[in-house]
Design a binder for this molecule. Structure first.
Ligand SMILES: C[S@@+](CC[C@H](N)C(=O)[O-])C[C@H]1O[C@@H](n2cnc3c(N)ncnc32)[C@H](O)[C@@H]1O
Length: 354
């Protein structure tokens, strides 16, 4: 590569923080929903969008259309919006959502990936990033704990706004995933399976979807007492508050999604042992976790898993592990059978039998 190309690439990398910050701004100002307009998704100029934002948030003054356009252009270059030439006089730019941007639109159940964007860029997490290099120099504490003195989960449960944003963020990622999972995986329909426990199930929205598909099942949504206290009621779902490091409720199958990635090796062993104890002979543990890619390349999948891994380093003192690591946890906990299914590019489904 020529020097000037190398410098250009580094100038891009050095300012890449502008991308998530612009994305955060777009979600905070509700731009995806304002453009989507119930499916119309018509190209809209920054000036028109500024008026919509003003009305939506009852602002005293109009937002700055020029700054708005700068945000939209950057995100268009990253595939969130499509920039469409406007043939007005004078000609202007107009923007509509791409399929990628569409994931930020709130659906009729209030679900979107927008909450995940907001959760990941709230002040407490942004402040913690400044400590990332310190957690490389001394891995005994994650950046979040260095910045705030407590772990992220301790922090979330103490602040109700933070807690509810975390729950919305989890649903925003997990509901579309479980919807797709149920179309390709039939493991919840096994004979004799009556009770499913969702360990770390947050508000229970994923379990509710599983029960909708398999109405004969009973579901136990298990999470921290502070989390289940505010959880909505779902048909067939019993909420149970507790600590998975002590024990988990008994069931014929355990669904555990996006839990182990947040914890240390020792903690993962403990959780897997408690799951094993809670299952009957031939009971099933259905684990869904992001799995570290084998190879390093520039694909979106590899990058999504690697950026997620650094997020875990900073916020949870944990990591994305290889599939072989999960297999070892299962064997150490006493599970005898393992298979993995490629149901989604981000989450791998791993099934363990007792
Ligand atoms: C990353 S979220 C995943 C939520 C959900 N399984 C999903 O995939 O959307 C991790 C969940 O683990 C819960 N959790 C953390 N520590 C826990 C503990 N000690 N006992 C039970 N649940 C816990 C959190 O409250 C949170 O809901």
């Amino acid at each position: 590569m020529e020097d000037k190309e190398a410098r250009l690439t580094m100038m891009h990398l050095a300012n890449l923080i502008s991308v998530p910050m612009a994305l955060h701004t777009a979600v905070k100002l509700d731009i995806p929903d304002l453009i989507w307009q119930g499916g119309a998704n018509l190209p809209i100029s920054p000036a028109q969008l500024a008026s919509l934002i003003r009305a939506k948030f009852s602002l005293a003054t109009e937002p700055d259309a020029v700054n708005l356009q700068r945000i939209l252009r950057l995100l268009a270059s990253h595939g969130v919006f499509e920039e469409v030439p406007d043939h007005g006089n004078p000609p202007a730019k107009a923007f509509r959502l791409t399929d990628v941007g569409r994931t930020l639109v709130t659906d009729d159940q209030g679900i979107s990936l927008g909450a995940y964007v907001l959760q990941h860029h709230q002040d407490a997490l942004v402040q913690a990033w400044a400590y990332l290099h310190k957690s490389v120099l001394d891995s005994s504490q994650e950046a979040f704990k260095m910045a705030h003195g407590v772990s992220s989960y301790e922090y979330y449960v103490k602040d109700s706004a933070c807690n509810s944003l975390m729950q919305r963020a989890m649903s925003g990622v997990s509901v579309p995933f479980v919807r797709a999972l149920l179309d390709s995986y039939d493991g919840f329909g096994s004979e004799g399976l009556k009770t499913v426990v969702d360990v770390g199930g947050s508000t229970g929205s994923c379990l509710a979807m599983i029960l909708e598909r398999y109405p004969g099942l009973h579901g136990i949504n298990f999470d921290l007492p502070e989390v289940v206290a505010d959880a909505p009621q779902y048909q067939g779902v019993t909420h149970v508050g507790g600590n998975m490091f002590e024990s988990v409720p008994a069931g014929d199958a355990i669904f555990m999604k996006w839990i182990l990635a947040g914890f240390s090796d020792e903690e993962c062993h403990k959780i897997m042992e408690n799951c094993h104890r809670a299952l009957p002979e031939k009971g099933k543990l259905i684990l869904c976790e992001p799995v570290a890619p084998e190879n390093t390349d520039a694909s979106v999948r590899t990058r999504a898993l690697l950026v997620g891994d650094i997020f875990l380093m900073a916020m949870y003192k944990s990591l994305h592990r290889a599939e072989s690591e999960y297999r070892k946890y299962g064997e150490a906990a006493g599970f005898s059978n393992f298979r993995s299914l490629d149901v989604d590019p981000y989450f791998t489904l791993m099934e363990f039998l007792k």
